[in-house]
Write a protein that binds this ligand. Sequence first.
Ligand code: TYC
Length: 103
Amino acid sequence: DPDEDPALSILVETRPKTQRPPLYKVLLLNDDYTPMEFVVHVLERFFGMTHAEAFEVMLTVHKKGVAVVGVFSHEIAETKVGQVMDFARRHQHPLQCTMEKEE
Ligand code: TYC
C-alpha cells in the first residue's frame, strides 16, 4: 500500500501492461467454378490440414459461403492470402482468399 510505504508501490502493480499483437482470420470464399479437389489441395498445401480436415473445411465453405481457415499474425496471414491468391490465379481458378482483424 503506497500510503503506508511509497517504496513498496512498485510491488503493488499487478495488471500486465504488455499487449499482444492483433491476430488476423484468414477466410476462404465460395465460388461456383473452382473445383472442390483444388480447394482441398490448397488447404492441405498452405494450411497444413490433413486430407480429411481439408475436405470438411472445403465443404463448409461450399455450403456456407465462407469459413475461417486459420488465425495468424498480420505478416503470416498476408503471406497465406498471397500464396493462395497466386496459386489460384496460376491455375486460372477464381478462388478468393482474404483476411480480417480478429475482434
Ligand atoms: N463451390 C465449388 C464447386 O461446387 C467448390 C468450392 C468450395 C469453391 C470452396 C471455392 O472456397 C471454395 N465446385
